[in-house]
Write a protein that binds this ligand. Sequence first.
Ligand SMILES: NC(=O)c1ccc[n+]([C@@H]2O[C@H](COP(=O)([O-])OP(=O)(O)OC[C@H]3O[C@@H](n4cnc5c(N)ncnc54)[C@H](OP(=O)(O)O)[C@@H]3O)[C@@H](O)[C@H]2O)c1
Length: 335
Amino acid sequence: METKKVAIVGASGYAGMEAVKLGLSHPGIELVACASRNNAGHPLSKLFGPNAPDMEFCATDSADVKSAEVIFSCLPHCASAKRVKEWHGEGKMVIDLSADFRLKSASVFKEWYGKEHEVPELLGPTVYGLPEINRYKIKEARIIAVPGCYPTATVLGLLPAIKNEMVEPAVIANAVTGVSGAGRQASEAFSFCEVNESMKGYGAPTHRHTPEMEEVLSGFSGVKIKVSFVPHLGSFNRGIYATLYGKMENTFSQEDMEEAYKEFYKDEPFVTVCDENPKLSDVQGTNHCHIKPIVDERTGQLIIFSAIDNLLKGAAGQAVQCFNIRFGFAETAGL
Ligand SMILES: NC(=O)c1ccc[n+]([C@@H]2O[C@H](COP(=O)([O-])OP(=O)(O)OC[C@H]3O[C@@H](n4cnc5c(N)ncnc54)[C@H](OP(=O)(O)O)[C@@H]3O)[C@@H](O)[C@H]2O)c1
């Protein structure tokens, strides 16, 4: 397979740094640019340590970025959209890790993000980069919107039950993120003393990942799905641990449910339906999602645990998985 020239923009952020690390060891990626406004001209070793390759961060509009065939945009939402349009116009393939192109409707974007979408014309052509549901569309995509970390854990946990109409179309997603979920930005709420040995709920019931979860689950199942989403900030660096609840439509045994889940994900290289309850430390540093459905026969509830690494399966790893599918590499290459 032909190696692709790749630029990572926003390379000094948490998601961008993971993308750089994956890019450096990927057999099909020639990393031509690592762009950051604040680190341009500094060696990569400033952020990646003394073993980093002898390469400098560049400016986001440098010739190195222009020389790339593929851009991984790891910029914050609303900073990414216009740049994606520019790169798309230059004929580059763009894999966008921000939230700017995940929703299909500009009005829904405005409702949840509080701003007019700057490039609404590209929402339609963008492919949502969740390989487990969109593998065939990803193969043809010119712009891929990599799903959010909470939506990845939640959607993967719920898909089999929702697709097989085993739960009612109103579900609850209760999830805890590690502190890296907020990015590198320094702010009091994410400082060590505020977070360490503690936990805090936030964002309910209007967290911005809610419409993304609802849109994907509804689009995939053909039924309007409502999600009550309750995020929490936990006292760990990386990972998402989601506990999901759905009222069962019928009586299902634990065996029925496990069989349905294992059948649904039997060909997926990065989703494992576990026999034991997932543990965050098993997925941290990997592109894997570990899932366990549990039937509570007494209450008629289905409970599902779903765990991922927010920076890998929830961001840069999933972006590389999409890159692999798009350019015909083994889906697990570099992962
Ligand atoms: N963290 C996660 O768990 C996670 C998961 C899934 C998706 N994402 C998404 O991935 C993107 C990056 O997230 P992150 O957590 O890596 O954030 P981050 O750590 O804050 O990094 C943001 C990066 O963008 C650059 N940047 C910031 N503001 C910019 C602007 N206005 N214009 C151009 N560059 C700007 C920053 O470096 P300079 O200021 O030096 O340019 C930095 O490299 C976000 O859209 C986020 O929603 C993050």
